[in-house]
Design a protein around this ligand. Structure first.
Ligand SMILES: Cc1ncc(COP(=O)(O)O)c(C=O)c1O
Length: 467
């Protein structure tokens, strides 16, 4: 038997994947010629590629995370009863144990939560302030006839500035907004943790507490978009004074205790292939949302999900708060960022929790905004090395004003989203080498222009041609 006292001190610095691989899925290399033809046929839109033609898929960290042995075992326990399934009560208990709100409503994914909430409480002429609204959140708010207003701090709009909590909402701007509009025009404030569209940047506890105070003063509810709440909690532990000794679970509970409710895509920090949730304290909202839920999602104890999904999510939302996992998650994402930065690749800093964001405008500084530099980079990345990434910039958020002139967003980023527990360090080394090589030949990247631009969420289905 090994006695603990007999073991030598371990000084290894590498933070390893805290799991071993039990099931594998082959991935296939394509030739550069094949990829050039495939992306052309896809109208130069990586979303339109077949997944089997992608070598390493960093399009999103959503729904793609590998599930644990406990989750797979839970799937066998799934209760598929239409009403009152025991899987729902397990799900409700797990969510309430962390979020702490009174009412828990399952949905099939994040945007279903957004749609239900917006249909229930957002009216034409309303304004929903937030740090940076995610694209589907913004689309759902606008679909309800309201304005989605981004009030992230100034540092959050500058890709170069180092700041520990670039996802923070500007509290003075929030206060001014609520003074101007009043509770009658603001149904709620929504803070996204971490701030995905702003580079996966965390929000500090002090900022959440500040936002809570402003909201209380104006009698406006504060909600969290909690897609990546566990990563946010771990950043607080690492970066905010007073939290180093607290567990991620305790920090997460404190974050939610400052809110009146939350929306979540459980395809992220609940390790789910599918799933979402709305969690609220207001009985009135719960009642309104439940009525709408029955119209489109299903009975309130399954909300568009199978019982087995509810089981997997109930286990996943607790597993995600494991400190070994979160340490590895944040360190392995930073590993990609650190090595790319050392190669001189322009990146958003500091590194986010779930993704590294390339600065499209700087990477392709030979292209104008009209030539869609970030999008062109994502196309070149696929063609060059078979890696699929997602532009979060000119295509996703560019708008034409009343005179037809383009308004470009502050940041034109390409997100390398890292699926949870899916790829190994050597996959990431390949990505780093490929991007480094592409960066050395960046002037050869050609600009693109729209062939077809749908009016809503254009990035998903738009087509392009080379300039
Ligand atoms: C912050 C945030 N909110 C909402 C959503 C929408 O969730 P879903 O894709 O499950 O509809 C996402 C998805 O990426 C997200 O990152």
């Amino acid at each position: 038997m090994l006695g603990a006292a007999a073991l030598p001190e371990i000084n290894v610095k590498t933070i390893i994947e805290p799991f071993r691989i039990k099931t594998v899925e082959p991935i296939r290399m394509t030739s550069r010629e094949e990829r050039a033809a495939l992306i052309r046929e896809a109208g130069y839109n990586p979303f339109r590629l077949k997944a089997e033609h992608v070598l390493i898929d960093l399009l999103t960290d959503s729904g793609t995370g590998a599930m644990s042995t406990r989750q797979w075992a839970g799937i066998m326990e799934g209760d598929e009863s239409y009403a009152g399934a025991k899987s729902f009560f397990r799900f409700e208990k797990a969510v309430r144990g962390i979020f702490g709100h009174r009412y828990v409503i399952p949905t099939h994914q994040g945007r279903a939560s957004e749609r239900l909430l917006c249909r229930a409480v957002v009216k034409p002429g309303h304004v929903v302030p937030g740090n940076t609204h995610f694209d589907t959140t913004r689309a759902n708010i606008e679909d309800a006839g309201a304005e989605a207003r981004d009030l992230v701090i100034a540092e959050g709009r500058d890709p170069e500035i180092e700041h520990p909590f670039k996802g923070n909402i500007d509290l003075d701007a929030l206060d001014a907004c609520l003074c101007e509009l009043g509770a009658a025009r603001v149904p709620f404030v929504l803070i996204t943790v971490t701030n995905n569209s702003g580079g996966g940047q965390p929000v500090s506890m002090a900022n959440l507490a500040g936002a809570r105070a402003v909201c209380e003063r104006h009698r406006v509810p504060l909600l969290l978009d909690a897609a990546r709440f566990a990563e946010n909690a771990y950043f607080i532990k690492l970066r905010e004074p007073g939290y180093a000794e607290k567990t991620p679970a305790a920090i997460a509970r404190e974050m939610f205790s400052l809110s009146d409710g939350a929306l979540m895509s459980m395809k992220k920090d609940a390790f789910g292939n599918i799933g979402g949730v709305i969690s609220v304290n207001s009985e009135e909202w719960w009642d309104q949302i439940r009525t709408l839920l029955i119209l489109t999602e299903g009975f309130p104890t399954y909300g568009g999900l199978a019982g087995r999904d509810l089981e997997a999510l109930a286990i996943g939302i607790e597993e995600i708060l494991d400190e070994d996992y979160l340490r590895y998650r944040i360190a392995s994402t930073a590993y990609v960022g650190k090595h790319l930065a050392a190669c001189g690749v322009p990146l958003l800093k500091p590194f986010g929790g779930h993704a590294i964001y390339l600065n499209g405008r700087k990477f392709c500084d030979h292209l104008t905004d009209e030539e869609l530099p970030g999008w062109a980079l994502s196309v070149a990345l696929y063609e060059h090395v078979g890696v699929r990434a997602c532009e979060i910039g000119n295509v996703m958020f560019g708008r034409r004003d009343a005179d037809g002139a383009w308004q470009w967003p502050a940041l034109d980023l390409v997100r390398l989203a890292i699926p949870r527990r899916t790829y190994t360090q050597s996959h990431m080394d390949y990505v780093i080498e490929g991007i480094d090589e592409l960066h050395r030949q960046r002037r050869s990247i050609r600009g693109l222009r729209f062939v077809h631009r749908p009016a809503v969420l254009p990035h998903f289905t738009a087509t392009f041609e080379m300039v």
